[in-house]
Design a binder for this molecule. Sequence first.
Ligand SMILES: Cc1ncc(C[n+]2csc(CCOP(=O)(O)OP(=O)(O)O)c2C)c(N)n1
Ligand SMILES: [Mg+2]
Length: 576
Amino acid sequence: MAEAAVKAQPAAEAEQELTDGFHLIIDALKLNGLTTIYGVPGIPITDFGRMAQAEGIRVLSFRHEQNAGYAAAIAGFLTKKPGVCLTVSAPGFLNGLTALAHATTNCFPMILISGSSEREVVDLQQGDYEEMDQLAIAKPLCKAAFRVLHAADIGIGLARAIRAAVSGRPGGVYLDLPAKLFGQVMNADAGAKSLVKVVDAAPAQIPAPDAVKRALDVLKAAKRPLIILGKGAAYAQADEAIKAFVEKSGVPFLPMSMAKGLLPDTHPQCAGAARSTVLKDADTVMLIGARLNWLLSHGKGKAWGEAPKKFIQVDIEPKEMDSNVEIAAPLVGDIGSCVSALLGAMGLWPAPPADWVNTVKTKREENVAKMAPRLMNNNVPMDYHGALGVLRTIIKERPDAILVNEGANTLDLARGVIDMYKPRKRLDVGTWGVMGIGMGQAIAAAVETGKPVLAVEGDSAFGFSGMEVETICRYKLPVCVVIFNNNGIYRGTDVNKTSADPATTVFVAGARYDKMMEAFGGVGVNATSPDELKRAVNEAMDSGKPTLINAVIDPAAGSESGRIGNLNPQSALKKK
Ligand SMILES: Cc1ncc(C[n+]2csc(CCOP(=O)(O)OP(=O)(O)O)c2C)c(N)n1
Ligand SMILES: [Mg+2]
C-alpha cells in the first residue's frame, strides 16, 4: 500500500532536493564565517561533528567540554567573532556552561551550542536520556538564550545568536538544539533561502560629541592624569587609534592584565611598574574598556589613596557608568569609535604637568631596577623570579608568541615580570580569576592565530585542564607548557598535624608532569635550573612541537593566594 503511494507520486516531487537540520546548521555557520568548532562529541551531536568536518569546518574535539568552552571564549576575544562550543545534552551542556558564564562575565562573544533531549519528554519530566531543561538553566548565566524547534528557523536562530554575542557589550549566548531538529527534513531551496547572513553584526556605536568634549575637558584639566586600558580596549582591535591617543595625550597609562602589549610594557609612558603610586596619586583617571570591579578595588579605598579623583570612563555599556563610583565624564560607545572621536577632537594638546610625568617615570625606574637582580638569579631550586626572568627574555625575543598564564603566584608574578610588546598576546584568568582556562586558551590561541604559544601554569592551575595535552599532541599544535611545580597550591610546604592525610593545599611532592606529555608523543623536559628552563623553552618554540616542561620551583617560594591574600576571610576563633 505504502509502496504504491510512493510510486504514484509525480516524479518531480519525489526527486525534489532535500536538506535537513544537520546541513542547515552547517550551512548557516559557514555562511557567517564561523568555521571553527570546539567541542566534545556524543548523542545527539556526533554525526553533526562528522558532517561539519566533512563540509570544511574545523572541528576540534576536546577531552572535557569546559576546556572546549574556554577555547571558544578566548577565540571570541581574539577574533571578535563568536567562538563556537558544541556539547551533548545535560552533563556535557553543564560542563560547557561554566565557560559560557565566564565568557559573559569577561565580555567575550561565544555561542554554546548544545544538543538536548526530546522536548515533550523533558517538559513532562518523564526521565528522558540526559533530561534537562537546558534553556532555562542557561538563561541567567549568559547574555541571551534561544531554542530552535523547526529546521526552517535555524537560519534565524543562528543570526540571533551571533548578533546577541557580538553587538553592544559582547558576551555568551546559548543555542539549544533538540535532537529531533538535526534530522528534520525540508526542501533544499527553501532551506537555503531560510539562512541569514548577518550584516554588520556589531554596528559601530558612535559617542555623542558633547560627551567627547566633556571627557577631553576633564582630562585636560588634570594635574596628575592616568589612563587605564582594559581588555575591552584590546578586544576592540583599534590598536593604532589607541596608541595614537595615548601618545598624543602624553598621559601615563596602566594596562590591565589582558591589555598588556596594546602599547609595549617598555613604552616610556607605561606606569605598569608604578601601579600603586599612580592609583594613589592620580587626580583624574580615564578608563578605556576597563571596569571598576574588584580588580581595580572598585575605584575607592586604600589602593586609591586620599587624593580626590575624577573618573572618565569609555565603555560600550551605559549601565557600567556610576557602577562603583561617580563617573564625571561617561563616554558611551564602542572603543574604536570613542577613541577615534577623542583623537579627532583633541586639537593642540598640552603635555601633562612635567612633575607628575617625572614622578611616575622615577618610580617606575626605581621598581624596575629593584627587580632586575632578582630576575637574573640562578638559584636551584628555582624561585619564581629566576624562572620568570628567563621567560621574560624569551617573550622579548619572540614578541609574536602568545602567552597564556594561570595560577596564583605563577599568575601574579608572571603578569608583573613578563613584558608584552604586542596587543592580545597575553591571555589569562580574566575577571573571575578562574583556574582551568590554560589548555583551552592555549589550543584556541594556536588554532586561531597560527602563532606559537607559551603557557605558564601553576601546577594546581594546570591540573584543571591537564588532560588536554593529549588534544595538543593530537592536533600537533605549537604549544609549550611550562608548569611551575612547587608541589601545591600557593606553596608545597603545608603540613596537616591532625591526621595522616596530606594538607589541603599540597600535592604529590616531586611530581613529573613532563611524563604526561611523553605519554602522548609530545616532548617532556624536567628543568631544575633557569639555564635548563631557557634551553628547553627555546627549543620548543623553535621546533613548534608540543612540549611540557616541568619547572621545579622551591615549594617555599610562594605566598598564600599570590598577590590577593587580603581577600581571604579570617576566622576570629583561630587567634584563640
Ligand atoms: C575554578 C577555580 N577553582 C579554584 C580556585 C582557587 N584557586 C586560586 S589560585 C589556585 C591554584 C594556585 O596554585 P598554583 O596554580 O599551583 O599556583 P602557585 O601559587 O602555586 O604558583 C586555586 C585552586 C580558582 N581560582 N578557580
Ligand atoms: Mg603551585
